[in-house]
Design a protein around this ligand. Structure first.
Ligand code: LLP
Length: 420
């Protein structure tokens, strides 16, 4: 899919649904995130269509974008939530996602978080280690309740994605080695306060090649058969997330239908409910970061486009060397090549090097595409910069779904001790 599928130019102006981004910028200070409700709905429908025919539940990976307006949009479409902290569970519940559609994953669940999740009656815990299983058993027993548990298995497959976001190799911190899993399942089945319901797998994020999924699903199917034969009845298979999107450097993106076919082929006849945990592929291309050109700086060897957005707003390029397509909000007749950078005092504060885009001048707006996932959620106040506000558009309507805090609020986050 084209990197701009949801942000077309109408005439000379980039639009999000029926709203011109340049009009939005009259009302919202840059840099700001801008999301399309219709894009999220279309992405969701692609999943629900692809997985139709399977008993399935799409649990949106809240970590990708946890704004409650985004969660509410997905809740209304029927999504559940994949969460990794008490904070995410609270956000999901507040946005109207029912506890019985919430899964709780993560390698470091605290006692407090486990207790909270049990009190809310969430659908299941995705358990990552033996000591975590013991902890959940203990807390559930104390509370006279039962925790539904899937064990996350590590299938030792190479996801062929960035090293920082690959999770399914033996050396990664995630899950239980799939070969050792049956032993842990036996133990889980014998523990008080635990009801073993499923198997969980997640091998990494931003996967472009589907072959690793195929491999992983085959291994999971084999495990489920083994467990069923041992009398441990598996009712749920959670296949994680990870489907990549086109950030503009690949000509195509993985085909969701083929992805679903892999799942159906390996897991479709095991009598299990299939949980899918997509994050990026639901919201990534539904959002852009809109930024203003502060300066065009002609250096000795390069020309820099200095934006008012920085690595604190969108860290992916500096953290993962991630490629994001960047386009001018008004179509330009001429092209020019720039290093596109932010104002933060680090060379790493670079969005793109040697990038050809429309020729810009001071005050022009640019859109950094594919910023709907792992953008706002990974932002910080580094360099004491205020947060980028977030805007959600639906048709002709738009709302600010997270305000920019002011400097008073920023300064009020710290306390100077009275004894200083
Ligand atoms: N399920 C589990 C257990 C996960 O760890 C993740 C992502 C997902 C689902 C959702 O994966 P997705 O469908 O979004 O690929 N900050 C990085 C990505 C980190 C992904 C972490 N886990 C980035 O900006 O690329």
């Amino acid at each position: 899919m084209h990197p701009l599928p949801y942000f077309p130019y109408v005439g000379q102006q980039m639009h999000v649904e029926d709203v011109a981004i340049s009009d939005l910028a009259q009302h919202v200070p840059t840099p700001f995130y801008c999301y399309s409700s219709a894009a999220i709905a279309t992405n969701y429908k692609r999943y629900s269509d692809a997985f139709s025919g399977l008993d399935s539940l799409i649990c949106y990976a809240v970590k990708a974008n946890s704004n409650q307006a985004i969660l509410a949009t997905l809740a209304q479409l029927g999504a559940g939530a994949d969460t990794v902290s008490e904070g995410e569970i609270r956000r999901a519940l507040a946005a109207g996602i029912k506890a019985e559609k919430i899964v709780f994953a993560g390698v470091g669940k605290s006692e407090q978080e486990i207790r909270y999740a049990l009190e809310q009656g969430i659908l299941q815990f995705n358990v990552e280690s033996e000591p975590e299983l013991e902890r959940i058993s203990q807390i559930a027993s104390q509370m006279n309740t039962t925790a539904r548990v899937s064990i996350r298995v590590n299938p030792d497959v190479e996801a062929k994605t960035h090293a920082k976001i690959t999770t399914g190799k033996a050396e990664n911190k995630f899950g239980i080695n799939i070969d050792l899993a049956p032993t842990l399942y036996q133990k889980a089945a014998s523990l008080p306060g635990i009801e073993v319901t499923g198997v969980d797998v997640h091998i990494g994020s931003q996967l472009i090649d589907l072959a690793p999924f195929d491999l992983a699903f085959a291994k999971v199917a084999e495990l489920v058969n083994t467990l069923n034969a041992q009398g441990i009845h598996i009712k749920v298979i959670d296949i994680g997330g990870g489907l990549g999107i086109n950030y503009g450097e690949h000509s195509d993106e993985p085909d969701i239908i083929t992805y679903a076919q892999h799942a159906k082929q390996h897991l479709g006849n095991l009598g299990c409910k299939i949980i899918i945990e997509p994050g990026r592929s639901l919201v990534g291309n539904a959002g852009v970061l809109v930024s203003k050109v502060e300066y065009v700086k002609v250096g000795q060897v390069r020309t820099f486009l200095i934006l008012d957005a920085a690595m604190n707003d969108l860290v992916r390029p500096s953290m993962y060397d991630a490629y994001h397509h960047i386009a001018t909000v008004s179509k330009k007749a001429e092209q020019a090549t720039y290093d596109i950078v932010g104002p933060v005092c680090e060379t790493g504060d670079t969005f793109a090097k040697n990038r050809a885009i429309g020729q810009c001048e001071e005050g022009d707006l640019v859109a950094i595409m594919g910023a709907g996932a792992y953008g706002a959620v990974m932002a910080s106040h580094y360099n004491s910069r205020l947060n980028a506000p977030e805007v959600l558009v639906k048709g002709q309507e738009y709302s600010i779904i997270r305000e920019r805090i002011d400097f008073d609020a920023l300064l009020a986050m710290d306390t100077i001790p009275s004894w200083l």
